[in-house]
Structures are given as structure tokens and as C-alpha cells.
Design a protein around this ligand. Structure first.
Ligand SMILES: *[C@@H]1O[C@H](CO)[C@@H](O)[C@H](O)[C@H]1NC(C)=O
Ligand SMILES: *[C@@H]1O[C@H](CO)[C@@H](O)[C@H](O)[C@H]1NC(C)=O
Ligand SMILES: *[C@@H]1O[C@H](CO)[C@@H](O)[C@H](O)[C@H]1NC(C)=O
Ligand SMILES: *[C@@H]1O[C@H](CO)[C@@H](O)[C@H](O)[C@H]1NC(C)=O
Ligand SMILES: *[C@@H]1O[C@H](CO)[C@@H](O)[C@H](O)[C@H]1NC(C)=O
Ligand SMILES: *[C@@H]1O[C@H](CO)[C@@H](O)[C@H](O)[C@H]1NC(C)=O
Ligand SMILES: *[C@@H]1O[C@H](CO)[C@@H](O)[C@H](O)[C@H]1NC(C)=O
Length: 408
């Protein structure tokens, strides 16, 4: 048909060149036949298209094309996900919530992760759709924005109109946000969320990818996943310095018939990361295409701006010179360190290697055993001696597997 249309327009062009009038008459007739034909074809196309539409499931017909982007930063505890979350949070097109799943886990502390995944997924779906009505059952109180866990990490909730007294200019200052904002009613969160083109959530409490399949298939969502992984030795070291993981550790351990045990937790975390990665990259389900990328924290901190630009591209956000400068500053120790939740503030390259000085070698050996598969799959070099651990000219980051290229 395309060829036919081409010849039609060529006939038209010929007509213009024709000087002899009887020729021109003939061509004009020819042209009107062409025109009738085109109208016919268009008519048939319209009929075909609308009948095809009728055969679609109702949800496909009713829902307009989803233009918002929903991003899930999927990671595990102490893997640098606060950093990645902040990098998206600081973008003015983003509505960000940090760890909403905490509400579910802390409300149902006796249930295993397998079961908790379901309400977490349901909560995520509601958040992505800016419907915050799924929150209150998991909150002890839901009057004001302050009742939301880590609300002060969200740039959107620290700016007007959620916070009329906001002093925010470019970047969030959680200390100032904490003292000036949060007094608006909880309901305001919904209204604010609706104003943004990107809804971004970071979650460490999902140890499974299958549970997200319904969201990936959901036509009302446009879900993209960034899977962030980190050297388990660094995770363990960071966990030792972080005091707020008792509840999570108990939940994860109990599901393995154990009392709270860091070894059980590390093993489960590592297993989960490998499982998620394999599902997403080895013969993946079609709906995962273009919706999953994996990043190693260590690669990220070696060239933060480049990686983040690629991650921004992946979800259709653009990098600004200001954001670039902020990322550079925050990863090179040029901003004051103030936060337990922002362990990345400082020289990120050094921080990524800190475990090599801090973690006892016996623990290194232990976690290498528990997480051997993960280390093998993600390219973290095992060490055999304390000397290797302390030898900083020995690079423990192996070349990344092919699937780690960011372009999905
Ligand atoms: C919540 O907000 C209402 C009105 O804005 C206020 O009266 C109340 O004291 C606030 N509660 C808390 C706990 O901040
Ligand atoms: C804004 O600040 C003023 C003066 O400090 C205060 O009276 C008012 O309650 C604040 N408004 C909100 C919504 O926090
Ligand atoms: C945030 O605000 C506090 C209080 O105004 C200030 O002391 C601190 O330096 C600010 N932090 C940054 C990173 O600007
Ligand atoms: C939505 O964005 C517009 C333009 O930036 C702003 O004027 C308005 O106050 C915002 N509304 C809410 C509820 O965030
Ligand atoms: C935990 O114990 C129960 C009951 O003894 C058993 O059915 C279950 O398989 C055990 N789970 C694990 C992960 O070992
Ligand atoms: C980054 O640091 C430089 C030097 O201290 C400063 O001039 C610049 O304003 C900072 N950029 C941002 C976005 O904070
Ligand atoms: C440290 O590692 C480098 C690179 O593998 C090696 O050349 C060097 O001999 C090592 N130094 C020590 C003291 O082991």
C-alpha cells in the first residue's frame, strides 16, 4: 500500500510538469481516482482499528496511555539506595518516597517477608497512582505529613505547597525541612504527588521479583526498576555501624526458623539479589523488557555523574548542570555530613572501600562463604588473606557482567 501511495503522489508531481493540456486532464482524472482510493483505504483502516479496539479487554480501552513514569529503586539494606534515591529526589520533576514499605513491616512484625511482600506491593501500586489511602492502616496515626516515615527525605514534601514555609531553593536540607515543614494534613501528600511526572520509590524490603510482575503488567502503570547491588562485605560492615535494623533482621531470620542472626540475614539478602537478577536477565518475561536495569554501587561511585545521567535517561529525566554539580559535591565530600541515612555523603570512593579497614577478616571469610554465589555473579573478587584485604592497590571489583550495561 505504501508503494501504491508513493506512485499516487508521483503521478501528482508528474501532473504539475505536464504542459500539454489533454495530458493534464487525464492526470487530473487519475488523481481523483487516487484520492478516492486513499479515502477508501483510510476508511478501511479506521474500521479495522476501531473493531480491533472493541476486542481489547475493557481495561485497555478505558485507560488513557500512561505518561507518568513510576520508578522503583529495588535494593537491600545498606547498599547505597539512599544515595540513588536522593539523586532522583533532587530532580524537580520527581515525587519521591523513601521506604514506605517500612510501615507495612513495622505494623506486621510477626509475618514473614513472603507474606509482607503482598501488602507492600499493594502499597507501592497505590503510591505510584498517587492514592495514599493505602497508608493509614499501616500507620499508628495519619493526621499530618509528619506521620509518614522519613517524609523529610522527600523534596516534594519539603516544598510549597506541601510546605508553605519552605526555605528550599534547589536542594533539600532535611534539617530545615524537619523544622519548617510537615504540618500540612496527610491528605496533602496525594495532591502533591499528582503534580509530578515521575513517582519514585525506594524499597529495601522486597526480596523477590515475581511479586512485582502484576505491577509490571498493569496498564495503568509505567513501572521501571533500578536494581542496586553492593559488595556483601561492605553491606555487612555498614550494618555493623547502623543501629536501626533489629526489626528487619528479626523478620528475615524468623522466616528461616532462626532468632535474629546477621548470618541468616546476609545469606537471605544475597540469595534474593541473585534470584532477582537471574529472573530479570535470563530468559526474562516479555514485560520486563526495557523495565529493568541493574547497577553495582561500586561502579556508580567510580563515575557517579555518568552513571546517573544514564539512569536519568532510562526513566526520561534530564540532568541539569546544577544537579551535576550537586552530585559531584555530594560524592566528593564537599557537603557537610549530617545524616545517618546518607552514609554516602563524603568521599564515596573511599566510603565504598571502608569495609576493608573496618571489617574483621574472620567476618570477611564468613560473608564470602554465605554470599559466594552473589559475589561470583556480580563480580566481586574474593580475598584470601588479611593482607589482600588491606592492600588497597588490589582492586576487588571485577569487570561487570554484560547485562550490567545500563541500556535496557
Ligand atoms: C496535625 O495538624 C493539625 C492541624 O494542622 C494540628 O492541630 C495537630 O496538632 C497536628 N498534629 C501533630 C502531631 O503535629
Ligand atoms: C509558617 O511559619 C509561621 C511563622 O513562623 C507560623 O506561624 C505558621 O504556623 C507556619 N505555617 C505552617 C503551615 O507551618
Ligand atoms: C541545612 O540547614 C542547617 C540549618 O539551617 C544548616 O546548619 C546546614 O548547614 C544546612 N545544610 C546544608 C547541607 O546546607
Ligand atoms: C502544581 O504545580 C504548579 C506549577 O508548578 C503549582 O503552581 C501548584 O501549586 C502545584 N500544586 C500542587 C498541589 O502541588
Ligand atoms: C521452619 O519450620 C517449620 C516447622 O518446623 C517448617 O515447616 C519449615 O519448613 C521451616 N522453614 C525453613 C525455612 O526452614
Ligand atoms: C558545589 O561546591 C562548589 C564548591 O564548594 C560550590 O561552589 C557549588 O555551589 C556547589 N554546588 C552545589 C549544587 O551545591
Ligand atoms: C598489593 O596488590 C598489588 C596488586 O595485586 C600487588 O602488585 C602488590 O604486590 C600487593 N602488595 C602487597 C604488600 O601484598
Amino acid at each position: 500500500m505504501l508503494l501504491w501511495l508513493l506512485s499516487c503522489t508521483m503521478g501528482e508531481r508528474l501532473e504539475k510538469r505536464a504542459i500539454v493540456s489533454q495530458f493534464s486532464n487525464m492526470m487530473r482524472r487519475n488523481f481523483s481516482i487516487c484520492l478516492q482510493y486513499i479515502i477508501g483505504v483510510v476508511f478501511i483502516l479506521v474500521i479495522w482499528y476501531s473493531s480491533w479496539h472493541v476486542y481489547q479487554a475493557p481495561s485497555h480501552r478505558v485507560k488513557p496511555r500512561q505518561t507518568k513514569v513510576h520508578l522503583l529503586i529495588l535494593s537491600s539494606w545498606r547498599s547505597g539506595s539512599s544515595f540513588v534515591g536522593q539523586v532522583f529526589n533532587q530532580n524537580p520533576d520527581v515525587f519521591y518516597l523513601m521506604e514506605p514499605a517500612w510501615h507495612v513491616w513495622s505494623r506486621l512484625p510477626l509475618e514473614p517477608p513472603d507474606l509482607l511482600h503482598l501488602p507492600v506491593r499493594d502499597l507501592l501500586r497505590s503510591i505510584f497512582l498517587c492514592d495514599m489511602s493505602a497508608f493509614p492502616p499501616y500507620m499508628s496515626r495519619s493526621e499530618n505529613i509528619t506521620d509518614l516515615f522519613l517524609w523529610q527525605e522527600s523534596r516534594a514534601l519539603c516544598s510549597s505547597p506541601a510546605c508553605p514555609n519552605s526555605t528550599l531553593i534547589d536542594f533539600i536540607n532535611r534539617t530545615e525541612c524537619f523544622s519548617n515543614c510537615g504540618k500540612a494534613p496527610f491528605k496533602k501528600v496525594e495532591e502533591v504527588c499528582k503534580n509530578f511526572s515521575h513517582v519514585v520509590v525506594k524499597a529495601v524490603r522486597l526480596l523477590n521479583l515475581e511479586v512485582l510482575y502484576p505491577l509490571l503488567k498493569d496498564p495503568s502503570l509505567n513501572l521501571k526498576i533500578i536494581h542496586l547491588v553492593r559488595d556483601p562485605r561492605a553491606i555487612l560492615s555498614s550494618r555493623e555501624a547502623f543501629a536501626f535494623l533489629d526489626l528487619d533482621d528479626a523478620i528475615v531470620s524468623k522466616a528461616q526458623n532462626s532468632t535474629s542472626d546477621i548470618r541468616v540475614v546476609m545469606e537471605e539478602i544475597c540469595k534474593a539479589q541473585v534470584h532477582i537478577y537471574k529472573l530479570a536477565t535470563q530468559n526474562p518475561q516479555p514485560f520486563l523488557k526495557g523495565s529493568y536495569v541493574i547497577v553495582r554501587y561500586e561502579d556508580l561511585v567510580r563515575s557517579p555523574v555518568d552513571h546517573i545521567r544514564e539512569l536519568y535517561n532510562y526513566v526520561g529525566l534530564s540532568m541539569t548542570p546544577k544537579l551535576e554539580s550537586w552530585i559531584n559535591n555530594i560524592t566528593h565530600g564537599l557537603l557537610p555530613t549530617e545524616e545517618v541515612f546518607m552514609p554516602f555523603v563524603g568521599d564515596s570512593m573511599k566510603i565504598a572501600q571502608q569495609w576493608r579497614e573496618k571489617l574483621h577478616f574472620s567476618k570477611v571469610k564468613e560473608v564470602q562463604k554465605l554470599c559466594q554465589q552473589e559475589m561470583d555473579v556480580f563480580g566481586y573478587r574474593l580475598i584470601e588473606s588479611e593482607r589482600e584485604q588491606k592492600n588497597m592497590s588490589l582492586d576487588l571489583l571485577l569487570p561487570k557482567p554484560d547485562q550490567f550495561e545500563l541500556i535496557p
